[in-house]
Design a binder for this molecule. Structure first.
Ligand code: GAR
Length: 197
């Protein structure tokens, strides 16, 4: 069985979209894959409750309880590695996980570490992507699912979705439009990853 570990920091709507797709598309039967753990660095992340209600194991690792980024990432790596199965290393899915990972963590999980970023990469890596797209006068914005490499918000692109930027958009209205597309492309990217694994 391939365990999927989803890391979140907030509402977890992308996580929920992946869980729903896994159920509806029977990932367990097709690819022996299941969402086994939802882990958050924040105890009050809304997605934890949703995951619990859907029968998925949850875990909190509060980054503030660790003396350094390296120490937190070492604990995170151990938590994820507990879900490795012989010949079936866990797939790690970052879904609104608002922590920058250390090169050591990324190196250890590279090739099985996916992220979603709310912009059309390579444009607007980093934070405040929607406001930056509006300020730049972009006519289009979007989201990208990519493999994680040591360079922040770079790495091989798996999926992208494009939405228009409308004349009176705020960062909030644009974010909402992008998010609906994220819920389509993230499950699709994970499915494609499982197909080629
Ligand atoms: C999503 O829009 C995701 O692209 C973004 O956070 C949101 C999480 O929403 N991720 C980043 O900004 C990562 N740098 P969700 O918790 O409802 O899935």
């Amino acid at each position: 069985m391939r365990n999927i570990v989803i890391l979140i920091s907030g509402g977890g709507s992308n996580m929920a979209a992946i869980v729903r797709a896994a159920q509806q598309e029977q990932w367990e039967r097709k690819w022996h894959a299941r969402v086994a753990l939802v882990l958050s660095n924040k105890a009050d992340a809304g997605g934890l409750q949703w995951a619990h209600e859907h029968g998925i194991a949850t875990q909190v690792l509060d980054h503030k309880a660790y003396p350094s980024r390296e120490a937190f990432d070492a604990a995170l790596a151990d938590a994820v590695a507990a879900y490795d199965q012989p010949n079936w290393p866990a797939l790690v899915v970052l879904a609104g996980f608002m922590r920058i990972l250390t090169p050591g963590f990324v190196q250890r999980f590279e090739g099985r570490l996916l992220n979603i970023h709310p912009s059309l990469l390579p444009a607007f890596a980093g934070l405040h992507t929607h406001q930056r797209a509006i300020d730049a006068g972009c006519r289009f914005a979007g989201a990208t699912v990519h493999g994680v490499t040591a360079e922040l918000d770079h790495g091989p692109i798996w999926e992208q979705a494009v939405v228009p930027v409308l004349p009176h958009d705020t960062a909030q209205t644009l974010a909402a439009r992008v998010l609906t597309q994220e819920h389509i492309i993230y499950p699709r990217a994970v499915r494609r990853w499982l197909e080629q694994a």
